[in-house]
Design a protein. Structure first.
Length: 287
């Protein structure tokens, strides 16, 4: 009898210990869940991607209510992100506040589709559509992209033409240029800065792009065509054909009163790698 009572006591102690352990674990789990229950998600770094799109994409999992889970998922596990983003970085501002820093795909141009504008990135993918026109983004004209779809690449019959347009748009972004339009025409690709047309031709080089900003600054208030199509090819001469008030134009190289821009490559003091600097390495004749 005594042995049975001792065995019964030991069994009861084990049951009590097990119940206590289970309760302790439950309390810890509930406390952990309550402490790290997501109450707020703060988003930063986005410009055209809406906060709601980002937060909704993060809360699709059944465990996404827990801030620690979100932290682990977006740091160490495979996860999906909105297609307009390049990256997402997640951190905890507090146990119940998740901070998300995103990097969007860079917009380099847009297509005017009448009812809205379709904005695309360096790969030619449509990353944003809006009825609002964004400042500092050039419009693309002269190509037929058909009906565009969000997060899909523009469909242009000539892949070579599309790549040329994208390359120019990227260079425009890299050199902080702000043309109103990038237009493909019979003579190549042209940039329009107000009343000034910059003709680049079909061979687009960084050397050509580097000349644009300082020259455009010298031509403020004028209208006409800046010829860069043969620069660093057949000739280093850059000419500007100014358009007269009556609509007629005259080649700058034929008159002393016209504006001619000639690259000063003959000077021994001029460095070979002068391209890309903010100062125009050349001589400006005219006013």
């Amino acid at each position: 009898m005594a042995k049975k009572r001792r065995r019964r006591r030991k069994k009861n102690h084990r049951v009590y210990a097990l119940v206590t352990l289970v309760l302790a674990i439950a309390i810890i789990v509930i406390g952990f869940g309550l402490l790290f229950y997501v109450q707020k998600i703060e988003v930063s770094g986005n410009d055209y991607t809406e906060n709601e799109m980002i937060t909704e994409s993060m809360q699709k999992d059944t465990l996404s209510f827990n801030s620690v889970y979100l932290l682990v998922k977006y740091r160490f596990l495979k996860h999906d992100t909105p297609k307009s983003l390049d990256s997402m970085k997640v951190s905890l501002k507090s146990p119940w506040t998740v901070k998300v820093t995103v990097k969007e795909k860079t917009i380099i141009g847009y297509l005017d589709e009448g009812s809205e504008y379709a904005y695309f990135d360096k790969d030619g993918k449509i990353v944003h559509k809006s009825t609002e026109l964004r400042d500092g983004v050039p419009g693309i004209e002269g190509i037929d992209a058909g009906s565009t779809k969000l997060y899909q690449k523009m469909k242009v019959k000539s892949h070579k033409l599309l790549q040329a347009i994208l390359n120019v748009a990227v260079e425009v972004k890299n050199y902080n240029l702000t043309p109103d339009r990038i237009v493909y025409e019979d003579d190549g690709i042209n940039l329009y800065f107000g009343a000034i047309c910059v003709q680049l031709g079909t061979d687009i080089t960084t050397e050509k792009m580097a000349q644009i900003s300082p020259i455009i600054a010298k031509l403020e208030g004028k209208s006409g065509v800046l010829h860069l199509e043969y620069y660093e090819n057949d000739s280093n001469v850059i000419t500007f054909s100014e358009e007269e008030a009556d609509g007629s134009s005259e080649d700058d190289t034929t008159s002393e009163d016209d504006a001619t821009l000639e690259d000063d490559t003959t000077s021994e003091d001029s460095p070979d790698d002068s391209y890309g600097t903010s100062d125009f390495q050349g001589t400006y004749y005219g006013e």
